[in-house]
Each structure stands twice: as C-alpha cells, then as structure tokens.
Design a protein. Sequence first.
Length: 357
Amino acid sequence: MRIHLKRIIDNSYDIRFVNNISEAGADIRSTYPDARVFIITDVNVGKHYAGPFARCVSGRTAPAYVLRIPAGEASKNRTMKESLEDQLISLGATRNSVIVALGGGMIGDLAGFVAATLHRGVSFIQIPTSLLAQVDSSIGGKVAVDHPQGKNLIGAFFQPKKVYIDVSTLKTLPDGEFRNGMAEVIKYGAILDGKLFTFLEKNRAAILRKNPNIMHAIIERCCELKRAVVEKDEREVDYRRILNFGHTIGHAVEQVSNYRIAHGKAVAIGMAAEAKVSTALGILSSNDAARLEDALKAFGLATSFPAKMRTTAIFDMTLRDKKTQQGKVHYTLLEKIGKARVGVPMSRVRAQELFER
Ligand code: GLY
C-alpha cells in the first residue's frame, strides 16, 4: 500500500519593520489573543528589552513568560535546548503556544529549533536585535544547535510565522557585534548586488555612525536579497548555497578558535580567503578581490587567519562542512563584485594549495 503525502504548503510570512519592540508585542498579542507566549532571550538583550516587551505581550488571560539564557555561541547546544524544553513544559506550553526569539542569531537558531520540535512544532516568531540576525539568520527558516563536531549540525528548516525588525535596537548593539553583522551585509553586496557594495564603500562613515535611515535602507535591501534566494530554494538544494560565500572557511575558523572568534568576524576572514582561492582559480580579478578586502577592513574586520591558527588545521576543518561530498568540499566562489558561482567542488588539499599560491 502507498501512503500519499504530496502536499502544497504555504509557509509564506511577512517581515515587518516596526518603530519599537512594543509595536511588535501588541501585534503578536492581537494575532494570538489566547496563547501563552514564551520569549526566549539572552541575558544581554533581555536586560534592555525583555521586561517592556513581555508587558506588551501579556494578556489578561494568556500570560507571557521570559526565559533567559547566557549570551554567546556556547549556549547553542543540545543541553541548552533540553533545559529550555523542560522549562517550557513545566510552564504549561501547549501546541497553541507561541515561542518568540528575542535576540541575535544564536537565540533565533536555538529558539527556532526548540519551536520546531516542541509538540512537533509550535508557532515561532523572530525579533532579531542584532544586525546579523536582521539581515540574515532570522529569515529563511534555518534553525539549529551546534555539535562538538561542527556548527549547526543538528537542526531543521522551520519558518517563522513573522519577523519583526526594529532597527533602533542597533543602538544597544556592541560595536563588535555590529561589525559581525556588517560582514554579512558586505557578503550580500559581493555575491548578489554590486550597487549595494558600492553604496557600502561610499557611505562608510554614516554606516559606522549607525545612521538610522541608512541602516534601514541597507537592512531592507538585504532582506529583499535573502527573500529572493529563499523563495527560489528554501531547502538549500542548490542555489541557496550562494549565501555560503565565506562560510566554508569561515565556519572552519570559528570552530578551530573554539567559537572565540565570532561568526561575522570568521566569515569576513573566510570571504577574504575564498576570494583568494577564486583569484588563484582565475575566476575573480585581483582588483575585485582587493575591493572586497578593503571593504572588510574599512568596517574593522580582519581579512587574514589569526597568527596562532595553523592554515592546515583550518583546511582540515573544512572537511566537516555539511556540503562536503566524497571528500570534496563544495565552495561558493566569487566571479566579480555582485556575482558568485555556487558549488565548486575541491579537495581540501587543492583548496589550500590555491589559497597559498
Ligand atoms: N545564512 C545562510 C542561509 O540562511 O542560508
């Protein structure tokens, strides 16, 4: 006998720009008037936003709870997921409950994965408060935890019901975190939008001042670019790998550093390295590689491997990349500023040899 499971699924959702977090809170409560709402945040973000936000979400009969966890990538693991699940179940979370991720990429990935498996899936909302999460990780439904063997090795595709972006949260974002986000912004320009890249080059000072209008325009453009990628290839069968430019080597650097080097910073190093590989392969001009490196440096990002890190250790680590098949690491490389090439298979030895040329 055959079980027929062909389905047409509508996972569409809105990204809504709000003037403040309270606006998001009020909207959530009116969309889910009777649901228990569980806000998962980290201690840093929670300090600024959790209290006021929870007050807006709390209904007379349907309370809101705040679950705080330590900040940093080290919290994105199975133990923390289990601890959140225990708390959610003991606080009475049901299938009709709503989980809100209030924070940066780590919180979104972890809370999203909790939401994906609790009661086989509960409504999930993203309120990204870091630049990196606003332009990238809150959109597209990738949720996961890390494993000692690699980053994001255990996870799911689980789309949020809505994403609320409040650009003013960048005011409380530490400078290092802002730079991490800029690495992903530069990535969008490099792989998909030469005009955005030039805009970043020309508006460096205003961006570093976090000028709200300019940041709003940049974030909105990045969301449009990510939307177009995700709409074409939600499950990363092929095209979505374009977003992995800089990430194969970047993830390796992040892991070799034991997550002491933050994601965005590692991706900047990875982009510079993968641009070098692209140039050595003859598909990227050295002029465009230099433009990329200059842009990364202009936003305070490093472009070479940390002095104490062995190049061989980094390339060995790339073999653990999820996209590695039969010993070949699949790279996204750059053809020019604004255009990338997806899925270039290379042995780890060949990639290192091109990098060192
Ligand atoms: N951050 C890469 C992706 O969402 O595919």
